[in-house]
Design a protein around this ligand. Structure first.
Ligand SMILES: Nc1ncnc2c1ncn2[C@@H]1O[C@H](COP(=O)(O)OP(=O)(O)O)[C@@H](O)[C@H]1O
Ligand SMILES: [Mg+2]
Ligand SMILES: [Zn+2]
Length: 508
């Protein structure tokens, strides 16, 4: 007998429809074959399904069984085929008699018949809905991820026999619908800027960076507070929109980070890879073409602490996502594209010993060492950083005398104002933030009056700014003006933006 069950293959974060076709012959020796370009993980699926069905008392393996994953022109992988394969087997062997054309299935099955969480449930759910399925059945562990989607009935079960009972109409189960606000994490789990005393200039730079989603580099000696400040930037970023939440959750779902967590990504991610990280962990890829740190940071922050300690190859692969806001991951026979639109925050020491320009300790580096070090701080990666600030250390004695800083909540209110202005400005442009403006948009939205133009000319001759640096100053100045709700770009905005090009100046 024959049965067909619908599921999908995951290509990056985009599912592609797969029909699990099960054929059980009445004649021949017992066999159990899976065809249709199934990779190792699906061959293992066969063993799990066999054991689970046997343990549930279904004796169907005495006949020749063929499973075809159609279409057969791309490789299938992952554990989520267990459930559709099990259901197909039960239907083809006559143990299940139910109308399933409008139902979409995903889930891993354990040897004893329990349903286990899988990757990609959110993209699968959106896909099922968009392809006209009325129902989707997912592991209970993944229910929250799925349940934020409207317009499709979502059912979560923790075991195969419950799915069976439900399909056979023996169990009264209501579709699960969750209001996204129920799933948002309300308590503030971010660190607060209040903890950062003094450092007004750096905090100001962080606020501007957050307001325009500008990439930020902090240069300062050890203990000056760079890491502390970076960790607090998520707390002043604008709230994520529903669209951003779904987009970011999709990526985390595909990366397998939501299994067993039963939640969605409702706060901007802060991803801080260690400087020993490999290219693959940063950019994505590997055997299962997983999203890397740059994609996990999508709509949030990628923080590279001790930037110059990272491998050269890692710094190089960062260039593509910083430029294109997507990343292409290749594997043996195909490429997958993931979104990778993040705010890049980095920190490093001013020199090899770390104490150049610090008044607490003497720098012991030679001029040549400093020059070599500075040379690393130039080039294509640095070209993608809009704001560079120096972080000076504060003496411990003075630190205790200082008042607590302004709260993140207050700062974020100003950031939100600037964001609204940008959303309005760019509503026809297909971008969201000043940092994303192209040359044409810069000309349109960063018009200079005569005195600002003069100022820029002086800056160019004095600092020898490149064309790229010139555009960056204009974009940052636009954000500074937006924070003040100033329509015009004034000289003072330009002057401040020039301050954030410390690497273009001769000395730190
Ligand atoms: N401005 C500051 N206000 C309050 N504490 C500070 C400040 N600067 C540094 N500290 C303290 O010093 C510690 C070390 O700072 P850290 O951010 O690790 O420095 P860096 O990353 O620049 O080496 C912080 O965890 C914090 O306790
Ligand atoms: Mg640090
Ligand atoms: Zn030094």
């Amino acid at each position: 007998m024959f049965a067909k069950v619908s599921t999908a293959h995951l290509e990056g974060i985009e599912p592609v429809l797969v029909e699990v076709e099960v054929n059980i012959s009445n004649m021949g020796l017992p066999s159990f074959t899976v065809v249709g370009l199934a990779e190792t993980s699906i061959k293992e699926s066969r063993e799990r399904v066999k054991s689970a069905l046997k343990n549930l008392g279904f004796n169907i393996f005495a006949k020749p069984i063929t499973i075809n994953l159609a279409p057969a022109d791309f490789k299938k992988e992952g554990t989520h085929y267990d459930l559709p394969i099990s259901i197909g087997l039960l239907a083809a062997s006559g143990f299940l008699n139910a109308e399933m054309d409008d139902t979409f299935f995903i889930g891993e099955v354990s040897l004893d018949g329990k349903l286990r969480g899988v990757k990609g449930v959110l993209p699968f759910t959106i896909f099922a809905k968009e392809n006209g399925f009325k129902k989707i059945i997912v592991p209970k562990e993944n229910i929250n991820e799925a349940a934020i989607i409207d317009g499709i009935e979502i059912y979560g079960f923790d075991s195969l026999d419950k799915v069976l009972a439900f399909l056979a109409g023996e169990m009264d189960e209501r579709p699960i619908k969750k209001d996204i606000t129920e799933l948002l994490i309300h308590e503030n789990e971010y660190h607060d800027f209040e903890d950062v005393k003094g450092q007004f200039a750096v905090k100001r730079a962080a606020e501007i960076a957050a307001a325009g989603m500008h990439n930020l580099l902090m240069i300062g000696s050890p203990g000056s507070g760079k890491t502390m400040i970076a960790k607090r930037i998520p707390s002043i970023l604008p709230e994520m929109t529903l669209e951003e939440i779904i987009e970011t959750t999709k990526i985390h779902s595909v990366a397998g980070r939501l299994i067993n967590k039963n939640q969605i990504v409702s706060k901007r991610p802060f991803i801080a890879p260690h400087h020993t990280a490999s290219d693959v962990s940063i950019i994505g890829g590997g055997r299962d073409a997983k999203p890397g740190a740059v994609s996990l940071a999508h709509n949030g922050i990628l923080f590279c602490d001790e930037l110059l300690e990272f491998k050269k190859s890692v710094l190089e692969v960062l260039r593509q996502p910083l430029e294109d806001r997507v990343v292409t991951v290749s594997r043996a026979n195909r490429t997958v594209t993931y979104p990778a639109n993040f705010m890049f925050v980095a920190a490093c020491n001013p020199c090899p010993c770390g104490y150049l320009g610090d008044n607490r300790r003497e720098c012991v580096c030679t001029q040549a060492q400093i020059q070599r070090y500075r040379a690393k701080l130039s080039g294509p990666l640095m070209d993608r950083i809009d704001i560079q600030v120096q972080v000076s250390s504060i003496d411990i004695k003075d630190l205790s005398k200082l008042q607590p800083g302004e709260s993140s909540e207050n700062i974020r209110k100003r950031v939100e104002v600037a964001r609204k202005i940008q959303m309005e400005r760019f509503k026809e442009e297909g971008i969201l933030y000043n940092s994303q403006m192209n040359e044409k948009q810069i000309r349109k939205y960063c018009r200079l009056d005569e005195s600002s133009l003069k100022l820029m000319e002086q800056a160019v001759t004095k600092l020898g700014l490149s064309a790229r640096a010139y555009s960056k100053i204009l974009k940052v100045a636009r954000t500074i003006a937006d924070l003040e709700e100033s329509k015009d770009l004034l000289s003072k905005h330009i002057l401040e933006a020039i301050q954030y090009r410390i690497l273009d100046k001769e000395n730190l």
